[in-house]
Design a binder for this molecule. Structure first.
Ligand SMILES: [Zn+2]
Length: 217
């Protein structure tokens, strides 16, 4: 019985590792990460542990065996490499939201620029509205890797699946690693669209109350 359970968990770790590696490559190919920036993690189903990208690794070159197994306090359980510097954010999100199975952090350029301009991303387009009806708020700046940043992100993620970190990047969550990656890409696209709208028609062209009425019809 016990060894059966162990086998299940080894298989689960293998499955999650392979999906993280694939997701890392796709984040790079979609232009959401460059250099060694960004990190991603996914929970091992049925456990209070998650696998996370190691510090200093490039997303497009991740190897399943170099991912680090961590508990929900952010402590390393298994792995030769150092955990990503933003592990406290990932752990805090998993502690706060039982439904979240994956977390993706990137410096997607347009969405990151919104965080520097201290502007939230609004759900202006119908599909984004359905996914993120509350938009993508900006979490005020705190030092990367700090407990203060992890706490602030945990609080905002309680009712938002995507947040912008001021002067830093974005964080998206999902029920699978693929969903969290797709949301990251959608947030970047939404930032580009909102930027174009503001260039074309100015801030006054955006009336959220009217949009909500229109989309709920
Ligand atoms: Zn970062």
């Amino acid at each position: 019985m016990k060894s059966g359970k162990k086998e299940t968990s080894i298989n689960a770790i293998k499955d999650v590792s392979e999906r993280i590696v694939k997701a890392g490559r796709e984040l790079h190919d979609r232009g959401l990460v460059r250099g060694t920036s960004g990190n991603l993690s996914a929970k091992i189903p049925g456990t209070d542990t998650f696998l996370i990208k190691p510090s200093g690794a490039r997303m497009e070159n991740l190897k399943p065996e170099e991912l680090v197994l961590v508990d929900l306090q952010g402590n390393k359980i298994r792995g030769e490499t150092n955990v990503s510097a933003e592990t406290p954010i990932h752990a805090a999100i998993y502690r706060g939201r039982k439904d979240v199975q994956a977390v993706v952090h990137t410096h997607a350029p347009t969405a990151t620029a919104f965080g520097i301009a201290k502007k939230e991303i609004l759900p202006l387009q119908i599909e984004l509205f359905m996914l993120l009806p509350n938009g993508v708020p900006v979490v005020p700046f705190k030092a990367p890797g700090s407990k203060a940043l992890a706490d602030a992100v945990q609080k905002k993620v309680a009712d938002h699946d995507a947040v912008i970190l001021e002067n830093h990047g974005i964080v998206t969550v999902g029920s699978t690693i693929e969903a969290a990656c797709n949301l990251n890409e959608m947030v970047e696209e939404a930032a580009k669209i909102q930027f174009l709208v503001m260039m074309l028609a100015g801030r006054d062209a955006i009336n959220l109350a009217e949009l909500k009425k229109k989309f709920k019809m």
